[in-house]
Design a protein around this ligand. Sequence first.
Ligand code: SAH
Length: 355
Amino acid sequence: MSIEEMSPDIKSMSIEELRHLMEDKGAPAFRAKQLFSWIHGRQACSYAEMSDLPAKLREELAASHPLVTAKLVDRQISRLDGTQKFLFEMPDGCLVESVFMRYRFGNSVCISSQVGCRMGCSFCASTLHGLVRSLSASEMLEQIYAILRTTGESVSHVVVMGMGEPLDNYENLIRFLRLVTCPEGMHLSQRSVTVSTCGIVPNMYRLAREGLRITLALSLHAATDTRRRQIMPIANRYPIRELMEACRAYFDATGRQITFEYSLIRDVNDSAADARGLAKLARPLQAHINLIPVNPVRERGFSHPDNAHVRAFKKELENHGVNVSIRRALGTDIEGACGQLRNRYVDAKRQQTTQ
Ligand code: SAH
């Protein structure tokens, strides 16, 4: 049975599904909303906290529907800018990375959508050991809830840009997006939630039809198919032309400006011709370009261009009329690209057990 066919855990359920559950338990329907607001509005991590629910119902639920919680196993706090990196353990022992960041516009959390990844991008640490499994909606939410509980801070933005490919975990992602934006839950504004994809075209179209006005970021990283295929295996399935058509459909359906992410890799995709090619793709869509000097991953051997070169690349794009920003380097003292914190932790554990 696939994850999608299994009945979701209680923290992944919509209010409607909770209503059915209450019916099964012989409890009145209004309990569903109460339960939902404890789980998602107040981020309760045990039934014991839910003081206005009858004790008997709480006991029954604790036995039949345990609450998924993320256990904190490592936390690193940057002394430079307050960025915090978290490593959580899920109920089955899987390790998941999340990041808390402060911006002028508010606090943002970057969450993982899968444990590992099967997309195989050549510069990315998350995919080094392949895909272990997809995360449930509750496990995506728990990364945020656990950060709220641990830091006592508020969170206004969420980006699904940690480990994994969100559109390779479509059903759970949609559940997560509906829950995190639900008025009775955390009630994040849809436009404050960003999903980043390497470009799984059919699911970009599906997402466009969901009626969610979230921000879509496309990891483009190359302006030609030949170059893109060298660094991103997914480019063998979907050429750039099809990606651009899917972006157009998303923009037309949601009115949301698309972001192109572009990780700058020295001597691979950082020439002036690359910038011009990229501008040509961005202009018709009015896409915003986010440049990310590639984060060197020990196992990968890529390096990023120097700051002057990054600025020149940006200028070239601007000269061609596109809106571009350079991703601010946060938490450089607790350095680590996506997946690196987990890889280091797993390596250290392995060493401990072999010593
Ligand atoms: N799978 C999704 C989301 C996860 S990665 C995607 O591909 O978009 C989030 C972003 O970080 C992607 O743009 C990804 O290509 C980029 N990225 C991964 N490893 C990186 C590295 N070492 N340096 C810079 N960016 C990286």
